[in-house]
Design a protein around this ligand. Structure first.
Ligand code: UD1
Length: 419
């Protein structure tokens, strides 16, 4: 099992590029199934979740090949199956995203229930009721979803909560439905805009992504394309928080402020100076940070739940107390106990966590509990005196190509050991 050894106390200084977005590439990989053609994805991050998606595609009869470091070619001409084995479903939390695309292309699909994850239960009731609205028959007895939809029919679907995965799944299914599908109450995340751009590049008629109503005119044959995946806003937020935590001056190439303005607003309030330019984002952080106003996670354009642990880690030594409210997932404070081992003062009560800034953090052996919680431990370790050993880093590898490489490029002392 690999772990990271991080020696804290260095100010950061340097430049790093931002990888393609995990939450964008996963639905786009599922969307490649909609074309009986070849798709070239550029800026495709090399991640454990991407590998799992590739195995699902291959299991369905598609081929996928890395052309160069970050270019992946997927060829869905040979699609021959419509069932995803349970072991592959379990490997990736967001495997349910394949449901809509398989149904649209094959008229039937068989998947096991994705089940819960480290963040708490992950229901897919909104995905299923939307697909039923489009005419799918879904039998979900015994933990396996048997879905049939010889003919999907477009219509208006109203989501009672703006679920990212449900919005994406329904966009994909709607591409295979005849007529127009309107998804009201849709999630508005930038990754949904990226999915719309990809589908449009393949010849689909999709509009409204980025607003609460997405429309898809389905039934058109889609063709292949070459597409560049958008930069990962949560990875960019992580490295900004790393600079805030350790202090320093960094440049993040390809990072786009318009995707993470709630995070940059909080960091500015804490005392960092962040400048957005052609090349990306430049961030300067000097001296002790100030506490910020309460941070409440919410669907986009609200504060992203994926950045909650990371910003919390950056504020552990702030002047004053910062309040966090987690409104998206029920078990998203599992990093708190681990941060406590490094000397952090955090009290959790229900959805709320109160961070009282301390003067010193110290290195300690800590364990990743989930993807972003793991990244938060790295951010905190940069501001701790001495050495921190971060174990169970497999969680981090699900979403970061190489966090140690990137943090080293920014001047941090971090090595991966024990592979
Ligand atoms: C996506 C992101 C994840 C991020 C999350 C919220 C991907 C691959 N993952 O996950 O990193 O943390 O958005 O921004 O893009 N819900 C239901 N029923 C459903 C679907 C969702 O009750 O059918 C609930 C969930 O339990 C959760 C909330 O809605 O409490 C948000 O979930 P959702 O937006 O669907 O997140 P994901 O798409 O799973």
């Amino acid at each position: 099992m690999s772990h990271f050894v991080i020696r804290g106390g260095n100010r950061l200084e340097g430049e790093a590029g931002i990888q393609g977005a995990k939450n964008s590439v996963l639905p786009i990989l599922a969307a490649t199934l909609l074309t009986a053609d070849q798709v070239e994805l550029r800026g495709c991050p090399r991640l454990r979740d991407v590998d799992a998606s590739i195995r699902i595609l291959e299991g369905l009869g598609c081929t996928a090949r890395w052309e160069e470091e970050n270019t992946l070619t997927v060829d869905a001409r040979g699609l021959s199956g419509c069932a995803v084995p349970e072991a592959l479903m379990r490997e990736m939390r967001s495997s349910a995203i394949f449901l809509g695309a398989i149904l649209a292309r094959c008229g039937q699909a068989e998947l096991s229930y994705p089940g819960g994850c480290e963040l708490g239960p992950r229901p897919i009731d909104l995905h299923l009721s939307g697909l039923r609205d489009l005419g799918a028959e879904i039998d979900d007895a015994g933990g396996v979803l048997h879905c049939k939809a010889p003919r999907l029919q477009g219509r208006e679907i109203v989501l009672s909560f703006p679920s990212v995965g449900a919005t994406e799944n329904l966009m994909l299914a709607a591409c295979g439905a005849s007529g127009v599908t309107t998804i009201a109450g849709a999630a508005q995340e930038p990754e949904i805009v990226d999915l719309q751009r990809f589908l449009t590049a393949c010849g689909a008629r999709v509009s409204g992504a980025g607003t609460s109503t997405v429309s898809v005119e389905g039934g058109r044959p889609l063709h292949g394309c070459t597409y560049m995946i958008m930069p990962d806003r949560i990875v960019a937020a992580t490295y900004l928080c790393a600079a805030a935590s350790a202090g320093g001056e960094i440049v993040l190439r390809r990072a786009r402020e318009e995707h993470l303005s709630t995070v940059t607003a909080a960091l500015r309030e804490a005392g960092c100076s962040i400048r957005s330019g052609e090349e990306g984002l430049a961030c300067v952080c000097r001296g002790r940070l100030k506490a910020v106003r309460p941070v409440r996670t919410a669907p986009y354009p609200g504060f992203p739940t994926d950045a909650q642990a990371i910003l919390m880690a950056a504020l552990l030594k702030c002047r004053g107390a910062a309040v966090f409210e987690e409104n998206m997932f029920s078990s998203r404070y599992r990093h708190v106990d681990e941060l406590g081992r490094m000397g952090a003062d955090i009290r959790v009560s229900g959805r709320t966590a109160v961070v009282t800034g301390v003067e010193h953090l110290h290195g300690a052996p800590v364990r990743c509990t989930d993807l972003r919680g793991g990244a938060a431990l790295c951010v905190a370790a940069l501001a701790a005196e001495g050495e921190t050993e971060v174990s169970e880093t497999g969680h981090i590898d699900r979403g970061y190509e190489d966090i140690a490489r990137d943090l080293r490029a920014l001047g941090a002392e971090i090595v991966r050991a024990g592979d």
